[in-house]
Design a protein around this ligand. Structure first.
Ligand code: PLP
Length: 335
């Protein structure tokens, strides 16, 4: 099957599995796992931070960041459709008593900064004090414009806010912009990155920050049950991914561009957006479920919705893209 549901669906390659099998391990709750330590050191270095913390998922990385930045009754500003707010089961509110202030997001992942900062409330007992601004890069595949990021950061600092970046797909932003990952990660107090999306590791994310911030996040990680023992077996997949799978994201971006171009020539659907490794398609004249079933019969898996997101990834090559375009043409011609 050609699986375009997400970039999380990739299988660890034989070479990655080999690196995992060979990993030197220890008890990471004691700080004894050399492979975890190396992954944390290497990720922090790549992103220009002092320290890193290996965690189970991007959701856990963002949760630990929020718990570390904000106390009970504090507020954080976040995009209405940002992962941290919308797709993490309300963890910061449920577990940390942290109040979200969601802000309308544009399709490119930016927010109107005047609107955003207008949500900061006066210093008055009626209001939760704002502590943090959380951004997301990339958002629906879109790298944030560098000028927007600098403006948002400068204005947040003037309001005394801390800054967190949900950089689950920061690697895609760096490759698309032709800049070092540290440049995308610059100006924030903490950044979370995923190893298990475009980079193709089976499990894991890393949260980076100052040494003190990471020490406090480590206690929260233990509290939410995220202290893992011989986690080096898994971390080795992440180290392998950092070494081998960042630059090749350019191939996923090329494939997504070609997919968008090929699909756009077909009647019955319209390509409404494409950025980095994501393509968004509106199904105009067909039932999405019927389209999904038809594509599956041609060996293509996708999450069929009125607006369907297709995500290129490590396990999809240029031939698969041509196959997908041809399959869509056949399925829609028969519909
Ligand atoms: C996937 C994702 C996460 C975290 O995902 P997990 O499935 O918990 O690893 C966080 N933020 C963004 C933007 C994501 O795409």
């Amino acid at each position: 099957m050609i699986d375009l549901r997400s970039d999380t669906v990739t299988q660890p390659s034989p070479a990655m599995r080999d690196a995992m099998a060979q990993a030197e391990v220890g008890d990471d709750v004691f700080g004894d796992d050399p492979t975890v330590n190396e992954l944390q050191r290497r990720t922090a270095e790549l992103l220009g931070f002092d320290a890193g913390l290996f965690v189970a998922s991007g959701t856990q990385a963002n949760l630990l960041a929020l718990l570390t930045h904000c106390g009970r009754g504090d507020e954080y500003l976040v995009g209405q459709t940002a992962h941290t707010y919308r797709y993490e089961a309300g963890g910061a509110a449920a577990l940390g008593g942290i109040v979200p202030q969601p802000v309308e997001m544009k399709p490119d992942g930016t927010m109107d900064l005047d609107l955003l900062f207008s949500y900061i409330k006066p210093d008055d007992p009626h209001f939760a004090p704002a502590r943090l601004l959380a951004l997301e890069n990339t958002k629906d595949g879109h790298p944030l414009p560098p000028g927007y990021v600098t403006d948002a950061q400068a204005r947040a600092r003037r309001h005394g806010l801390a800054l967190h970046l949900d950089g689950a797909r920061l690697w895609n932003a760096a490759v698309a912009g032709g800049v070092a990952p540290a440049q995308i990660a610059g100006g924030y107090d903490s950044v979370s990155v995923c190893l298990s999306k475009g980079l193709g590791a089976p499990v894991g994310s890393v949260l980076v920050g100052t040494a003190d911030f990471i020490a406090r996040a480590r206690r929260w990680r233990k509290m939410v049950g995220g202290g893992m023992r011989q986690a080096g077996v898994v971390a080795a997949g992440g180290l392998f991914a950092l070494e081998h799978n960042i630059d090749r994201l350019a191939t996923d971006h090329d494939n997504a561009e070609r997919l968008a171009e090929g699909l756009d020539d077909i009647g019955g659907l319209s390509v409404i957006d494409q950025a980095t490794n994501m393509v968004f398609v509106r199904l105009d004249e067909v039932d999405p479920l019927a389209f999904g079933r038809g594509m599956a019969e041609h060996g293509v898996r996708l999450l069929a919705n009125p607006v369907t997101r297709l995500v290129t990834n490590l396990d999809v090559n240029a031939n698969d893209i041509e196959h997908t375009i041809n399959a869509a043409r056949t399925v829609l011609a028969a519909a």
